[in-house]
Design a protein around this ligand. Sequence first.
Ligand SMILES: Nc1ncnc2c1ncn2[C@@H]1O[C@H](COP(=O)(O)OP(=O)(O)OP(=O)(O)O)[C@@H](O)[C@H]1O
Length: 246
Amino acid sequence: MTGWPQQSLARIEPSQAKHARMSAMSTLSVQHVSKSFGTTESPLQVLTDVTLELSGGDSLAIVGPSGSGKSTLLQILGTLDQPTSGTVLIDGTDPFSYSAAQLAAFRNHKIGFIFQDHHLLPQLSVIENVLVPTLAGGRPGSEHIDRAGELIEAVGLGHRRGHLPSQLSGGERERVAIARALLMKPTLILADEPTGNLDRKSAEAVTELLLRLQSDNGAILISVTHSDALAAAMKDRKELLDGKLV
Ligand SMILES: Nc1ncnc2c1ncn2[C@@H]1O[C@H](COP(=O)(O)OP(=O)(O)OP(=O)(O)O)[C@@H](O)[C@H]1O
């Protein structure tokens, strides 16, 4: 891939671009992943034999009671923590085979994160926040700046690109976080309660936007949520119970 699509992401992609994207289909393969914390004498078994196969365009809600291991699974899928056993392949690559520096670069390009409390940097404008994932590579190039502008338009904040997070509503901040998560055209978008802090109307708008942009970009979306409305909007829903995904 030599550059980001220049056309608005809200528009339908030309068949050529769609073909190019489909030829490099995003994939996530999680095989027999288990995770325990603590010592071998007294381990706390949190995940047991979790297996999952997803590809570009798939969206999955992970639900489950508090303490069932949802955040732990998200941390492992986000390559922020390693499984005790089992494998994770993102686009056919085992991220845990990389050095720390390689892993950081891989994560930056392949995974977009969306958090409940958006994690925007307060001193940066909307467009600067969306460009944060490029900072690891130095100054953002013009193709990144163009794509950031397109994404900000696509999330309906074109007229607010110079504003600070403190000047935005909760729903608008979450939309900026969605744009930032999509900037590097990630394989995997991981969301942790993306509508958790929003009223019903804003939550509906953010859900619709997130799913539309995820689908337009051929990414895989996995969201941990307690929201029935968000879970119902996703293609699939699984529950973590006693460390197993059912
Ligand atoms: N680093 C750690 N060391 C020890 N135990 C941990 C660690 N991280 C998580 N746990 C434990 O693993 C279990 C699962 O935690 P996790 O945060 O994944 O649950 P969750 O389903 O996301 O919960 P919630 O919905 O409340 O956020 C809990 O019992 C937690 O205390």
